[in-house]
Design a protein. Structure first.
Length: 301
């Protein structure tokens, strides 16, 4: 879980009010009363979205507060106060963590993408990956139609995750499409490698083998061309602009290479659902299909 994901999770939790209150029982001052337990348990469950305070959370969950379905209970006051202190430790700790993250992380921006660089053995490799991202994105989003930028907004401490500001909604849409196309090409390239291993294991003459490889390579180039033309038409309204199509083709190939090495590009965590759907699910890359195919299947259905 990244620091930004933790911050988003904390923003959704009520950290302003005490976890619960202990009421008086006039007949027995050693006993206390707690009401609205259902609301407390529901609120407490929201803390499971952050990977901290596990010891304290387990103490509360294994207590009598979670061993009843009743919305209120009477219990020994000292034990209730111990649990309240534990629960407040979680709330106040989460509140302090939220404040700390707010000071080191910029506020989420709808025109920002979150990038994970591939694992690198040294700084030179990191610079190389950043240069490839810059080349692939800047050559396509920095123009009068897209009105985009490529600016490193922040670098999440101790990680290879960074936020890149793209400057406009049009740039986000274009980059989402490019990343999707790149993931499609990366899948095609992976399929080719499998095919090559199968072909290499067969007794096929070199001339025929070269023909098969050329045919497969031509197919990938055709898919890259098709993806680029589609992106040019939908984002620039220019399916015949060869200069723009060539820039898109180069960008798609660069991004496919980065994805193969482990790179990821995601929309901002606060992005609306329609924007998130522009980007591929990096946990299911092997299932990705070209959007052109998906659209044609919907039309024929």
């Amino acid at each position: 879980m990244t620091l930004r994901e933790i911050r988003i999770a904390l923003d959704k939790i009520d950290l302003a009010t005490p976890m619960f209150a202990i009421g008086q029982i006039a007949q027995n001052p050693n006993m206390g009363n707690v009401s609205n337990l259902n609301a407390f348990r529901s609120r407490f469950a929201s803390f499971d979205t952050i990977p901290f305070f596990n010891k304290e959370k387990q103490i509360i969950k294994s207590s009598f507060l979670f061993q009843t379905v009743s919305d209120q209970l009477n219990h020994d006051r000292n034990q209730l106060q111990d649990l309240l202190r534990t629960a407040e430790t979680i709330r106040l700790g989460a509140e302090a963590l939220k404040g700390a993250l707010a000071s080191i992380l910029p506020a989420p921006d709808k025109d920002t993408v979150v990038v994970k660089l591939p694992g690198a053995k040294d700084l030179e490799e990191v610079v190389e990956y950043l240069s490839t991202f810059q080349r692939a994105l800047a050559s396509n989003v920095i123009n009068s139609k897209i009105n985009g930028q490529v600016v490193v907004k922040s670098w999440q401490p101790g990680s290879l995750w960074l936020d890149i500001y793209l400057g406009s909604a049009a740039a986000i849409t274009l980059v989402g499409g490019m990343i999707w196309s790149a993931a499609v090409i990366r899948k095609k390239q992976a399929e080719v490698k499998i095919l090559e291993k199968i072909v290499d294991s067969m007794e096929i003459k070199n001339q025929m083998l070269d023909g098969i490889r050329k045919g497969v390579d031509d197919h990938i180039q055709m898919v890259v061309e098709s993806e680029a033309v589609n992106l040019a038409a939908h984002n620039f309204g220019e399916s015949e602009n060869r200069e723009q199509i060539e820039r898109l083709k180069m960008g798609i190939k660069d991004l496919a290479g980065l994805i193969e090495k482990g790179a990821e590009v995601h929309p901002a965590l606060t992005a609306p659902e329609d924007v998130k759907n522009l980007f591929p699910d990096f946990t299911k890359l092997e299932l990705i299909e070209s959007k052109q195919k998906l659209i044609s299947e919907k039309k024929s259905a």
